[in-house]
Design a protein around this ligand. Structure first.
Ligand code: ZN
Length: 248
């Protein structure tokens, strides 16, 4: 069956002389692997080689070995040129696609995940701060993965939180002072931090890019999300290491 859909290119590897092995995140089929023939070199059939984190319309069909498709067409829809003009924005885009590639299974359709990726790339392309875009991406990604921390009430006793909240990495949410007293490794967290995360998680996308955040809250959100994702996802994204070395 021939399929046609929008797809973001996650990864590109050379395969033999004139073929590419491509990993796409597609709107209709989730992550797929595909082989595209005859694209390298001047006489290539398609005349261009798709770029990582570009948005394309692709046509693909099944081969004998099912897991890998033949990609017969790949038409560029958005190159996200503004991102590519900046090393910082390019690193963030690389971080997004690295997370999507690591955290999704093959052929698992998730249109919300696709939209999150495309919308985050668009946000990176606009004037939004790359840091804020990354926090929005992480929060909504956790939510789509079913890993969003509980932020509104204590995860131990369900009481609403007072002015003081503690974040438990292990339990995946906030705790009141009494419950947290029995726990190890809890992090004090400001209410503003929790409100920001909750807002980003619940708001429609149109509002998300406009949610303002102080530098202090931004830093705390970044720190908590980083530690939370380390704890639960066990990833060491290469793009993150690069950012820490080069952009710090
Ligand atoms: Zn409690």
């Amino acid at each position: 069956m021939i399929q046609k859909t929008d797809a973001v290119l996650l990864k590109k590897q050379d395969l033999r002389e004139t073929s590419l092995f491509l990993t796409f995140y597609t709107k209709t089929s989730g992550k797929i692997y595909g082989v595209m023939k005859g694209i390298r070199g001047q006489k290539g059939q398609y005349g261009f080689s798709p770029q990582v984190f570009s948005l394309n319309e692709v046509v693909f069909y099944e081969r004998k070995d099912k897991e890998i498709y033949t990609v017969s067409q790949c038409e560029l829809k958005d190159f996200f040129a503004t991102i590519r003009e900046s090393l910082e924005r390019t690193s963030y885009a690389s971080y997004f696609i690295e997370l999507i590639n690591s955290l999704t299974a093959v052929s698992e359709k998730n249109e919300a995940m696709f939209d999150l990726l495309v919308n985050s790339l668009k946000m990176l392309c606009e004037n939004a701060s790359p840091r804020r875009t990354a926090r929005v991406f992480e929060i909504r990604l956790l939510s789509l993965l079913g890993l969003m921390p509980q932020l509104r009430s204590c995860i131990g006793c369900s009481q609403p939180l007072g002015s003081k909240a503690l974040f438990s990495l292990k339990n995946g949410g906030v705790m009141c002072g009494a419950c947290a007293a029995k726990e190890r490794g809890v992090i004090p967290v400001a209410i503003g931090t929790l409100n920001f995360m909750d807002h980003v998680n619940r708001s429609d996308w149109e509002f998300v890019s406009r949610i303002k955040v102080s530098q202090e809250v931004g830093k705390q959100v970044e720190n908590i999300l980083r530690r939370f994702m380390d704890y639960h996802l066990h990833l060491k994204p290469k793009s993150l290491e690069f950012m820490e070395k080069v952009l710090a």
